[in-house]
Write a protein that binds this ligand. Structure first.
Ligand code: ATP
Ligand code: MG
Length: 346
C-alpha cells in the first residue's frame, strides 16, 4: 500500500518555474528522501504531493488513482512539519486525537488509536500534558503520533528534526527508522542534511533548481554519482574534485600527471577516505598541509596542491601532521571518478 507516482510535474509561481518537470515512481512501503540545497524545491514537491499546492502541469497518482484534482483530505496522506504545529491549549491526548474526532470517529475508537500510537512512540506517560510542558523531541513525537492515528497511506515529513539539538536529532532519526520498520508504510522525507538522507533512505532523490539530478540507493549515489553535483552533495567531507586536462591518455592536474584517464575527462573526483599519504616515491599528487582537523575517530587534513586546488584526506588517527609540512598522496585506480565537460560521469 502507498505507491505514489509523479508524472511530468511542474510548478510555476507567476512567471517563475520552481519545479521544472519531475517524474518519479515511489514504491509501496518505500522510505524516500528528497534532499538538495535550500530553495531547490523540496518542500514545494512535498506540498504538491500532499495537495497543499496545485501543480501547474503534470499528474499525481496514489495507488493508481489520479489525485491531481483532489484536496489534501481526499488523498489519504499525513504530513508532519518542522514546526510541529500542535494546539497549545490541548493536552497530548487531544492533540493526537483531534483529526479523528473532527472526522466523526467515535470516542472509544479515538481513545484506542491514540493509546496505540502513544505506545509506539513511548508517549503513554505524557498523554495528559500540554505541549509547553514537553521537550522538543517529545513534541515532535506528538506531531508524528497525530499522523500515525490517521493510519495514512503514506507519511510526508518536511524537515521534522531540524528544530532539535544534534544528539536528539540522532535519537529521533533512529526512532523514525524503527517506526518505518514497524509500520511498513510509505514515507517521503524532506531534508537538506545529507547524513539524514543517507541513513534513513531506501532511495534518495537529489534535487537542484527544481529538477531531479539523480535517484538511487544511498550506496548507488555514493559509489556512482551521476554528475559533479551529486558527487559533491553526497558524502561528508565532500568528494575532492580536481579540474584538469588529459594529455597522451593521462590526467594532468597542476602539472602532476596523476593517472591514466578517458580522453574527455575534465575533472577527477576522489573521496577523502580513498586518498592515502604515502612515500614520495609512490606519489600521485603532492602538496603542503594547510589545515588539520582532529575529530577523535578521524583526522582530516587539507592539502594544498596548487594555488587553485586543495584536497581533503582522511588520515589514520595516530598520525601527527604539522601545518606547512610537505606530503605525498596516492589512491587506487578504481577509487577515481571521472566527469566530462558537462559535469556528467564518464
Ligand atoms: N508561494 C510562493 N511564491 C513564490 N515563490 C515561492 C513560493 N513558495 C516557494 N517559492 C520559491 O520556490 C523555490 C522552492 O522553494 P521550496 O520551499 O520548495 O524550497 P526548499 O527546497 O524546501 O528549501 P529549504 O531547504 O530552504 O526549505 C524557492 O526559490 C522559493 O522562493
Ligand atoms: Mg523546505
Amino acid at each position: 500500500m502507498g505507491a505514489i507516482q509523479l508524472q511530468a510535474i511542474e510548478k510555476w509561481y507567476d512567471q517563475t518555474p520552481v519545479i521544472k518537470g519531475v517524474d518519479l515512481q515511489i514504491n509501496a512501503g518505500e522510505f524516500v528522501v528528497f534532499v538538495g540545497p535550500s530553495g531547490c524545491g523540496k518542500s514545494t514537491l512535498l506540498r504538491l504531493i500532499a495537495g497543499l499546492e496545485e501543480s501547474s502541469r503534470g499528474r499525481i497518482f496514489i495507488e493508481d488513482r489520479d489525485v491531481s484534482a483532489l484536496p489534501p483530505s481526499g488523498r489519504g496522506l499525513a504530513m508532519v512539519f518542522q514546526s510541529y504545529a500542535l494546539y497549545p491549549h490541548m493536552d497530548v491526548r487531544a492533540n493526537m486525537g483531534f483529526s479523528l474526532k473532527t472526522a466523526g470517529v467515535d470516542a472509544a475508537t479515538v481513545r484506542e488509536k491514540v493509546e496505540h500510537a502513544a505506545r509506539i512512540l513511548q508517549l503513554s506517560a505524557l498523554l495528559d500534558r500540554r505541549p509547553r510542558d514537553l521537550s522538543g523531541g517529545q513534541r515532535q513525537r506528538v506531531a508524528i503520533g497525530r499522523a500515525i492515528v490517521r493510519d495514512p497511506t503514506a507519511f510526508l515529513f518536511d524537515e521534522p528534526l531540524s528544530n532539535l539539538d544534534a544528539s536528539l536529532r540522532v535519537g529521533m532519526r533512529h526512532e523514525l527508522a524503527t517506526l518505518h520498520h514497524q509500520l511498513q508504510r510509505t514515507m517521503i522525507y524532506v531534508t537538506h542534511d545529507q547524513v539524514e538522507a543517507m541513513t534513513l533512505a531506501d532511495r534518495i532523490v537529489v534535487l537542484q533548481s527544481g529538477l531531479i539530478e539523480q535517484v538511487g540507493s544511498p550506496r548507488e549515489l555514493y559509489e556512482r554519482p551521476a554528475n559533479r553535483f551529486v558527487a559533491q552533495f553526497i558524502g561528508s567531507p565532500k568528494m575532492n574534485l580536481l579540474d584538469g586536462t588529459v594529455r597522451d591518455g593521462r590526467f594532468y592536474c597542476a602539472e602532476h600527471a596523476v593517472l591514466e584517464a578517458p580522453a574527455n575527462a575534465t575533472a577527477l573526483g576522489v573521496r577523502p577516505e580513498s586518498l592515502a599519504l604515502c612515500a614520495q616515491s609512490e606519489s600521485m599528487l603532492s602538496g603542503h598541509v594547510s589545515v588539520v582537523e582532529y575529530l577523535g575517530s578521524d583526522v582530516f587534513a587539507v592539502i594544498r596542491v596548487s594555488d587553485t586546488c586543495s584536497l581533503t584526506v582522511r588520515c589514520q588517527r595516530q598520525i601527527e601532521l604539522r601545518v606547512g609540512e610537505a606530503v605525498a598522496m596516492r589512491f587506487e585506480r578504481d577509487a577515481a571518478h571521472f566527469f566530462d565537460e558537462q559535469g556528467l560521469r564518464i
